[in-house]
Structure formats: C-alpha cells, structure tokens
Design a protein around this ligand. Structure first.
Ligand code: ATP
Ligand code: MG
Ligand code: MG
Ligand code: MG
Length: 470
C-alpha cells in the first residue's frame, strides 16, 4: 500500500485544489515565447508571464505537475540517488495572493497528512536572513530549532539577474544514516544522499534594481517545486529514484535485455541508471515535438540518445534497443501524459532511425581507429595522438573510453592531455558561437551538454518526413 507516483501526483493536485488552486496539466517541455530558456526546467518556468505581470493569470492560485528537463544535472545522473535529467515537478503558485505563512503551513500539512512522513525526520532550510520564515517554522508549525538550518545566498536565495527575486525555504527528509557521508557535520545542504531536498518554497518578495537595491514587492508571489520522483523514493523506501514504481520496470527491462544484474557492479549500475533516466527524457522530448538535430533542443535530444546508446554498449547492448525500451515509458506514464500514447509510433521511428545512425557512426569510427592502429604498428608507435582521438570523437561520436578500450586491446594508449586540450578548444569555439547567438540558459548551463555533443554529417529525416508530423 505504498503510494505510487500516480497517486502522489493526484493527491498533491487534489490537496491544492481543495485550497482553491486552479489545477492545470503540464505545459510542453518546449518554452513558449521565451528564448532565455532551452527546455522547461521547473514548474514556474512556463508561468513566468504571470509572475512578471505581463499576463493576467486565469486564477491567482494555480497548481501543476510539470515535466522538466535539467541537462545541467547530467553529471550527477546515475551517480547520486536523486538527480534525473527528466523529472516531474509538483508546484503550487500564488500570483500576489497568499504568501509565506500559507505556503509553509500547507507544505507541512501535505507532508504529514497526505504523504504521511514522520515529522521528526523532516528538516527545513531557510535563507540566513529570513527571520520571518524562521518564526513561521517555529511558531506555525512547531518545528524544533535544531531542525531549521540557515543557508546562504548560494543555496537559498532565488534570483536571475534583475527583477523579482527572494529567499527560499526547502524541506528535507532524513533518509537515515545508511545514506549519509559519515561526516559528523552532515546536515541538510550536504551533497550526500542522506538529507534529500524534496520541496523548495520560493518567496518572491523583492525586486532587484540596477543599483543592486532590493525593494519589497507590493504583492509578493509564491513559487514552489516538489520533486515527484524524490517523494516516491522516500515513501517507497527504495535506495534511489531509479527504483521507484514507473522507473524500476525500465531498469529491470535494461537488465533483462543486457543480461547484466543490478547491484553487482558499480560501473554497470551507473550505466543502467543513466539509460533508465535518459529514455524517459528522450521519449517525453520527442512526444513534445523535438527531433534530433545538430542544434538547440534537438542537439540535447541527440546527445541524450547517444549517451544512452553508448551506456548500452558498455552493458553489451550492441543492437538498437532504446526504441523498444520506449514502450515501457509509454506504458507507465500515458495515464498522466496521454500525448505519449498518441505519438507512440512516431516516437519509436524517431528513436530507431537515430539509434541506427549512431550504430553506423560507431562502426565507421571503429574502421578509422583500426587504420590508425595499423599505421602506428608499422611505425612502432604506442600512443594515439590527441588530435586523432578527437577526430574520432568529433566526427564519429566515438567516446574516448571506447577509443581507449580498443587501443588497450592492441597494447596502446592515447595522449589524453592533448585530447582534453582539443576538447577545451572546441568548447571555447562553441561558447563564442553561442554568446553571439544570445543567451540560452536560465538557472543552469546547457552549454555543458551542448558542447559535448559529437558533430556528425546529419542528412535529415527524409524517411520520416511523411509520418513524423508532430
Ligand atoms: P538539488 O539541490 O538536490 O540539486 P535543487 O535545489 O537544484 O535540487 P530546485 O531547483 O529547488 O532543486 O527544484 C525544486 C525541486 O525539484 C527540488 O526540491 C527537487 O525535489 C526536485 N528536483 C530538482 N532537480 C531535480 C533533478 N535533477 N531530478 C529530480 N528531481 C529534482
Ligand atoms: Mg540542483
Ligand atoms: Mg538545492
Ligand atoms: Mg532547491
């Protein structure tokens, strides 16, 4: 009788509906009229016009469950228990209506009465100067002082450039010592997986002007975000978000296809978790009309897909498999997201074409590497040059560790510092190109992913053009 993700999502929306919120389905992952953002990365992102006051909201209180993509978290995915590139953010919003007191009180009420979390394991963080929030946690909720942590601007103050901004208060759940780093000073805010931040309450109460002044807003806003997968992980008492209902089936399917067991080898586990995550991102992105390409959102999609395919290779999956794994995502999530079912055949085709193309580039790369190896042998050389390794990577999407692995079999190595220098140069080139094209990031850095995408001679989706109308 542990709550599944569909139940948690529904309970959240019903709770805020009972508090007079207008419940709206998730917005698309593609931002509308907002070129400051590549992909929707929070519940508030599609609601920005209501916060900024450029549009009038249909109601002053709203609640959503929003599909989010955070490529900025990609390095963490598979390594921490709590980061995904795709996740659902449950949020309640006030556009100049209720404020801190209600936001805090309701977050507590929902955590206890509906999520049934043991109160003694909940902690709150506040912005160090936000005494109002401190008193609310103490008096309204009765949270003991020892479980209220003051954090600095870096963690608990939300602002992007100029305009509306304000302090945050986060709710943390103590998953217990076994998930801790062992440090005696470990508390909420620590990078380890013991205290999981599950809900962030943002109190948008200031306006920051060019002179750096923070002026109180006449009608402050509330913007909250709760990670559905993290809550499910806590309630279902599993080790990571990849083992919750809806994710575990995907994970098991990967194990079944590859014949690799979960929980036996650290590197394999990382690969399994990465694929489990990326296939959700890929499926949802395509269902929202994004197609693989060499720029922008399509680039992110291509990168995620190739990364998943490459981790498949590390598990011994050498044939296309992601297009089959996709069915699991559709099956588990279509009740919340009907567009998945409607677009299933199209999604399958897009993934398969891209996977096949990747297999082909990998094949071409292998041939080129074999040729390099032959030449090196004939010259009595042992170390592949950085520029050659980079060429394999850049032209054929050939990852460095694969290059190394193949070289190793021939008793050879690669000049890694030179390879990294080439990578850096390419990053700088891409960064310059992007800054000319204008900013794309907001709160995270899509550059980290965009610049790491291998270049290919992409010829287009001719074969899909007829059926892939989105
Ligand atoms: P963290 O510090 O753990 O990286 P965050 O402070 O960056 O999280 P917020 O921007 O406050 O996260 O987002 C609101 C909520 O969304 C978080 O409290 C968390 O529950 C969830 N969330 C954020 N990033 C992720 C992610 N990459 N995967 C899954 N859930 C996430
Ligand atoms: Mg984060
Ligand atoms: Mg945080
Ligand atoms: Mg946060």
């Amino acid at each position: 009788e542990k709550k599944g993700i569909n139940e948690i999502r529904q309970a959240f929306l019903e709770f805020f509906e009972s508090k007079n919120h207008l419940v709206r389905p998730s917005f698309s992952l593609i931002p509308k009229d907002d070129n400051s953002l590549l992909l929707i990365n929070s519940g508030m992102a599609p609601l920005k016009p209501f916060f900024a006051g450029t549009q009038v909201p249909p109601k002053k209180r709203m609640a959503t469950s929003q599909k989010c993509i955070r490529t900025g978290d990609i390095e963490n995915v598979g390594k921490t228990a709590r980061h995904a590139t795709f996740f659902e953010m449950l949020g309640n919003f006030s556009f100049g209506d209720y404020f801190k007191k209600e936001a805090i009180r309701w977050s507590w009420e929902f955590s206890l009465d509906h999520l049934k979390l043991p109160p003694e394991r909940i902690w709150a963080s506040i912005y160090e100067e936000d005494d109002e929030a401190f008193h609310l946690w103490r008096q309204e909720v009765g949270l003991p002082e020892e479980r209220i942590v003051r954090l600095g601007k870096e963690d608990n103050f939300w602002e992007i450039g100029l305009g509306p901004c304000g302090p945050c208060s986060e709710l943390y759940f103590d998953r217990g010592e076994k998930y801790g780093c062992g440090d005696a000073a470990c508390k909420p805010g620590c990078e380890c997986d013991r205290y999981v931040e599950y809900w962030n309450l943002v109190f948008t109460q200031f306006n920051k002007d060019e002179a750096g002044n923070y002026t109180p807003l006449p009608n402050p806003n509330i913007d909250t975000g709760m990670g559905l997968e993290r809550v499910a992980c806590m309630l279902q008492e599993v080790d990571s978000i990849f083992e919750i209902d809806g994710m575990r089936v995907i994970l098991d399917n990967i194990c079944e296809r590859s014949g690799v067991a979960y929980g036996e080898n650290h590197q394999h586990d990382i690969s399994i978790r990465i694929i489990t995550d990326h296939i959700r991102s890929i499926t949802f992105m395509i269902s929202d009309g994004i197609l693989p390409s060499n720029e922008g959102r399509g680039y992110v999609l291509r990168r995620l897909l190739r990364r998943a395919a490459r981790h498949g290779k590390l598990l011994g999956l050498n044939q296309a498999f992601l297009y089959l794994l996709m069915d699991q995502v559709v099956e588990k999530f279509h009740s919340g997201y009907p567009e998945l079912m409607e677009k299933q055949e199209m999604i399958r085709k897009v993934i398969l074409v891209e996977e096949d193309r990747f297999q082909e580039t990998i094949h071409q790369g292998s041939e080129m590497l074999s040729a390099y190896i032959e030449t090196m042998k004939s010259k009595g050389q042992q170390v592949l040059s950085g520029s050659q390794a980079f060429r394999l990577y850049d032209t054929f999407g050939f990852p460095l560790d694969l290059t190394k692995e193949i070289l190793e079999e021939a008793g050879m190595t690669v000049d890694e510092p030179a390879f990294k220098a080439e990578m850096e140069q390419q990053k700088t080139r891409a960064r310059n190109a992007r800054s000319e094209a204008g900013a794309v990031g907001w709160k995270e850095d899509p550059l980290t992913i965009l610049t790491a995408v291998p270049q290919t001679n992409f010829v287009g989706y001719d074969s899909l053009a007829v059926s892939a109308t989105v």
